[in-house]
Design a protein around this ligand. Structure first.
Ligand SMILES: Nc1ncnc2c1ncn2[C@@H]1O[C@H](COP(=O)(O)OP(=O)(O)OP(=O)(O)O)[C@@H](O)[C@H]1O
Length: 705
């Protein structure tokens, strides 16, 4: 049915009349479910992030076996390390979850929510809320982290993106707080008891929402710190009754410095995205907050999908008798994300490559990352100009309200393409993101892991494409390594690249790029034509569907309409067609085509009756690995005679992507530009014949009327 919904999106479909056809999709789904019935295991398939119960990552090869680099070290320090970890790794739970732990007296993981409730007294209300939101099992990090936190231990937890780290600290923190401070009969002191820090407003907002879900039905005071809430908390009688504050470091430090409240009653301090909170941008603020939590029994925990050595050292130094838990491999994406590196030669080739990608059917929503705010805005503008639908942009340069509205549209599924910067790279959980495109190369391995981790969450699959230019090529190796580790394939030549030096790694992704994303003159050939037809706009648009066959365009052999739909709100008609062509070509091009003269073109058109605009974009499907021929035609009523003349503009962008063979590239572009010129002439002649045949006589009558 999902396939059916995708195919029929935007159109009104009479499901009763075509019951048989709809049934085909339903049946497929039912048989699919039976066919893929999982073996009965303790871990439900959607939480089996490592596809272990299925014998490896679906569609891709299973991840490399876990290499615990600390094995030898652990052996020698067995006394201070959990004594049974190596033996236990042979057991089914450890093996299946691929978890390694380090520290003194590590508590046993719990298998289920019921065990967690029975052993640690998770309140019934929280259990009920978890159940209501569909959480019936624990993910590996939750099984391991929750008992550790519930035993009051400090923790550094590393688990891949989208594996449920948020609940792994929220359940224990809320359980440990027992009841809201305003109801508590115990000596809970006065003042906020738990702090959750996150690097961005959006993530803090998301965590606050999760907290509120768990707290539903009880009068917890959980505050998302903002300018407004901070001034309310300046009133001591209010701040004394606060249970949990979720905040970014900057906002919280500001409140402390203004003396709004103090953190001396804090019993739980959670650093979400710890490595980001401890990087140079946030370090001093985070350290200030760590030292402001002065209660003797303060429990500290750090969570992230990545923890580079420097951040890990600072984390471990800040924790007391810590336990370190690593699920999967450190700094490695999940195998459910299919990753690909795509060579785009230079900056100016990125936009045509992206437009070509979007001209093919794709499953929304997707997220696209750029390196700067102006580039994100500019890319969004370009996509909108090129008819991409439901495009949104989110970056830190926007107002709070704009950011909130965009995030909401994304949550509601109204946004199909979200263009953003690093601000959305961490923690954000937009369900069902199908793919990520790194339009600009990430600036670190960690940034790569978090950006692509916006897809493939909670056991779903996703795809991640990273564009790289000649300038990015020296930094491919580290990314290629994690791709291999997580089961994606990497071209041989990338694996043979030398590892960049430490110095060089600092320059990763910091290429000087323009503030705007344009298809500038360096893009192959750009041709433009302007003409007019002496027929009214509506006649031209109707004639467009009868354009082939015609005597001047004998190279177009077939036209298949693969989708047509009408937007019920705007009345815009969207049509998607595949044109089959036969084109005489020089022998060397025929060789590229595998000896065939057959070529296919995908064409998408939008007819907007309100603005009387018809826009047709087409892109070559054949030879697309070597060249992009992106053509755009627009028909509008002519400015001088809008009732009976139609203006026509046609642009083509032709770009060969064979940077290693510049000579061949130039020759291919030249040949394609010549072909565009010939076809444009033939097209104009052929279409004139078609329009005359269809409307001659009728147009004159209409003009007279
Ligand atoms: N026990 C569970 N059962 C089912 N789904 C779960 C469970 N725990 C978490 N999820 C879902 O998994 C998704 C990812 O969770 P979460 O955002 O906590 O991941 P994360 O590990 O913190 O990711 P990131 O590293 O990107 O911050 C969420 O949609 C959440 O609802």
């Amino acid at each position: 049915m999902k396939a059916f919904q995708l195919l029929s999106r935007g159109g009104v479909f009479d499901k009763k009349r075509f019951t048989g056809d709809v049934q085909l999709f339903n049946e497929k789904r039912t048989s699919g479910v039976n066919a893929t019935k999982e073996p009965v295991t303790e871990l439900p398939p959607e939480l089996d992030f490592f596809r272990y119960t299925q014998g490896g990552a679906s569609k891709r090869k299973a991840p490399q076996p876990v290499v615990d680099h600390n094995d030898e070290e652990r052996e020698s320090k067995r006394k201070r390390t959990r004594p049974d970890i190596d033996e236990k790794e042979e057991g089914p739970t450890q093996l299946r979850h691929r978890v390694t732990t380090k520290g003194n007296n590590v508590p046993d993981p719990v298998e289920s929510l019921d065990v967690l409730k029975g052993k640690y007294g998770v309140p019934s209300r929280i259990m009920q809320n978890l159940n209501e939101y569909g959480y019936t099992s624990l993910t590996p990090i939750q099984s391991h982290a929750a008992p550790i936190l519930l035993q009051g231990r400090d923790l550094a937890a590393i688990s891949p993106t989208g594996t449920g780290k948020t609940l792994s600290y929220l359940i224990p923190v809320m359980t440990s707080l027992k009841s809201p401070i305003s109801y508590s009969k115990q000596d809970t002191g006065s003042g906020v008891r738990a702090i959750i820090l996150a690097p961005t407003r959006e993530l803090a907002h998301q965590i606050h929402n999760e907290c509120m879900k768990l707290a539903q039905g009880r009068k917890w005071r959980i505050v998302l710190l903002s300018k407004a809430t901070a001034s309310t908390l300046a009133n001591k009688s209010v701040s004394d009754k606060v249970d949990i504050i979720v905040s970014t470091p900057l906002r919280l430090v500001d409140s402390l410095q203004r003396g709004h409240f103090s953190l001396d009653n804090v019993r739980h301090l959670i650093l979400d995205e710890a490595d980001r909170l401890l990087d140079s941008e946030f370090l001093s603020q985070t350290q200030e907050l760590l030292s402001a939590c002065t209660h003797d029994e303060v429990q500290k925990a750090a969570f992230s999908a990545t923890l580079p050595a420097a951040a890990e050292k600072i984390t471990m130094d800040a924790l007391k008798d810590p336990i370190r838990v690593v699920v999967g491999l450190k700094d490695t994406p999940l195998p459910s994300i299919s990753q690909m590196l795509l060579y785009v030669a230079d900056e100016s080739s990125k936009l045509p490559t992206l437009l070509q990608h979007l001209a093919n059917p794709y499953s929304p929503p997707i997220m696209i990352f750029t390196s700067t705010q102006p580039r994100a805005s500019s890319l969004a503008e370009q996509l909108i100009l090129n008819n991409a639908q439901n495009v949104d942009c989110l970056h830190a340069g926007m107002t709070n309200k704009e950011r909130q509205d965009t995030a909401l549209r994304m949550k509601r599924g109204e946004c199909w393409i979200l263009i953003s910067t690093e601000v959305m790279a961490r923690g954000m959980d937009f369900k069902g993101v199908q793919g990520v495109i790194n339009f600009d190369f990430p600036t670190s391995l960690q940034s790569y892991v978090h950006r692509i981790g916006r897809t493939g969450r909670a056991g779903r699959e996703g795809t991640a494409i990273t564009y790289f230019t000649d300038e990015d090529a020296p930094f491919l190796k580290p990314i290629a390594n994690v791709m291999l580790q997580s089961g994606s394939t990497v071209p041989e030549w990338i694996l043979k690249l030398p590892k960049p030096s430490k110095m060089k790694r600092r320059a990763m992704g910091r290429v000087r790029r323009g503030e705007t994303v344009t298809k500038d003159d360096r893009i192959g050939k750009r041709e433009a034509k302007r003409k007019s037809y002496s027929h009214p706009w509506s006649h031209v648009v109707i004639g467009m569907w009868r354009k082939y066959p015609n005597p001047h365009c004998s190279h177009v052999l077939s036209v298949d309409v693969i989708d047509r739909s009408v937007d019920p709100n705007t009345g815009i008609v969207r049509t998607e067609r595949i044109l089959g062509c036969k084109q005489k070509a020089p022998t060397w091009i025929l060789k590229l085509l595998g000896g065939s003269e057959d070529a296919f073109v995908r064409e998408v058109s939008f007819v907007d009756p309100a603005s009387q605009t018809c826009t047709i974009t087409s892109v070559n499907l054949s030879l697309s690995q070597f060249v992009t021929c992106y053509e755009r035609i627009q028909y509008t009523p002519s400015a001088s005679e809008p009732r009976n003349q139609t203006a026509f503009s046609q642009t083509a962008e032709i770009q060969a992507r064979m940077a290693l063979w510049r000579n061949a590239s130039d020759r291919l572009e030249k040949w394609l530009a010549e072909r565009f010129e010939q076809n444009a002439q033939k097209g104009k002649l052929g279409f004139s014949v078609v329009l005359r045949t269809l409307w001659d006589g009728k147009d004159q009558q209409m003009a007279l009327q």
